[in-house]
Design a binder for this molecule. Sequence first.
Ligand code: LMR
Length: 394
Amino acid sequence: MFEILTKAPGDKILALMGEYAADPRSTKVDLGVGVYKDEKGVTPVMTSVRKAEERMLSNAKTKTYLGIAGNKGYGNAVLDLVLADSVDRARVRIAQAPGGTGSLWVLMQLINRARPGATIYVSDPTWANHNPIAIGAGLKVATYPYFDPATRGVKFAQMLSALDALGAGDVVLLHGCCHNPTGANLNNDQWDQVAASLARTGALPFIDLAYLGFGDGIEADAYGTRKVLASVPEALIAFSGSKNFGLYRERVGAAILVARNADEADVTNSQLLNIIRGAYSQPPDHGAEIIRTILEDAALRAEWETELAAMRNRMIALRIKLAEAIRERSNSTDFDFVADHRGMFSLLGLSNDAVEHLKAENGVYMTGDSRINVAGIPEDRVGDLADAFLGATR
Ligand code: LMR
């Protein structure tokens, strides 16, 4: 049976982790996979998470099944966090799912049940895992213009006119905040225009919200999602708790659906639960119970928000430091976009050769499209990195 298989392509982002680990140079710098790192280069367990886990360990009475939609308290807490009062909850359903990827996976399957072979429009470029998940679900993938390599900002006029040309039955995948891989994001006025376009055309918004709180704050980062939800009859959201709670390996996320009314929400949700049952039956609870414990407890929640703000502010400070170091050395504002971008990533706009050169010569690892994870920048090496990036662009 297996002899007919050919080798599947490896995942470029995760492969980079292995390459970096195997590099013996002590001066190497990991700007690859999107995990937060502190000033010691460590991806820490957040203190609020540790406290929640301690509480869970002493209070746990059972590990019996929770059901297909997972941890209900978690679901309600995530809806409060993400939606606030943007949409009537009678039209909303949520299922806990394994990470952002698991949430995307079940929702793409759901789209294909509703509209087999529908086209999903993704930003150009988008996260490397979006296409395989969509194609695996049976959807067609097309792109809408997004990143402008000249300005390293968003080509908003082109994006909007592409969205305006879509129709009911099309799906638009939007990054709710902290665009991956580019770091270039819509401002509130642009979100308003996108929401109005979706309301006009009837295309279905599908929001990937993997970095809530990593950009400008929880409320600021939720603006686009809430605006879209307040404007359209139907929507999907894939939420991830991997980054903002630092729970990467626990695989905690949520698939959220918004339907036109409560009856349609129930029917659509029954399909979603049916997909989940046939895929992994029920989600793992540990990460969800951590998040529920934190969000339901005022003191733990305040502590988490403080820790989240510290991560966010550190990334913004590193962005400013790198942009300044490059400006000092080059006397040009060409890299100022790094300070304007938000979230974990910036797309530098270097050639693949330059990326390979940086890896081979400088031990600086980033994905082949020249995406850097700003949280991976060691504070005492900003000058070295500025020199290396400038060297690679010459
Ligand atoms: C990334 O883009 O680096 C992260 O979302 C990790 C992943 O799974 O790709």
